[in-house]
Design a protein around this ligand. Structure first.
Ligand code: ZN
Length: 145
């Protein structure tokens, strides 16, 4: 990774941390999942609204470091409009990208988070929201009234 690319990645993370997208509770959510990272003090709850087989809305609440907040923010943007299967596939690619040592996959803005692979202590920060996504999708959806 070249230095200008690294700076760009950092800018993406800083921007999402300063102005997190979709940081709100979602009472109408059909799926929720939570995760904690005691090592860093990060905590995130993810909300999904799945309708007609697609994730039509995604949001999160939580506290944590810049990386965990940016990761949750980027995640909610990345999975909107995808099917749960596509979101799961994105999780797999992201997780492989973070913990793997091969060529990083192209994950759009989420690629910014792959920089943590050089900092093993921060991997949990970057993957926290994604594990919450996996947990949310694994739950039985609430019946819509
Ligand atoms: Zn953290």
């Amino acid at each position: 990774m070249t230095d200008p690319l690294r700076e760009l990645y950092q800018e993406v993370i800083l921007d999402h941390n300063r102005r997190p997208r979709n940081r709100r509770e979602m009472p109408e959510a059909t799926h929720t999942g939570s995760g904690d990272n005691p090592l860093c003090g990060d905590s995130v709850t993810l909300y999904l609204l799945v309708e007609d087989g697609a994730i039509v809305d995604a949001s999160f609440v939580g506290v944590g470091c810049a990386i965990s907040t940016a990761s949750a923010s980027i995640l909610t943007e990345a999975i909107r409009g995808k099917t749960p299967e596509e979101a799961r596939a994105l999780f797999e690619r992201f997780h492989h990208g973070v913990v793997g040592d091969g060529e990083p996959p192209d994950l759009g803005e989420a690629s910014a988070l792959l920089g943590v692979r050089e900092f093993p202590m921060r991997v949990k920060c970057a993957t926290l929201a994604w594990h919450a996504l996996e947990a949310a999708l694994a739950h039985n959806p609430k019946e819509k009234p």
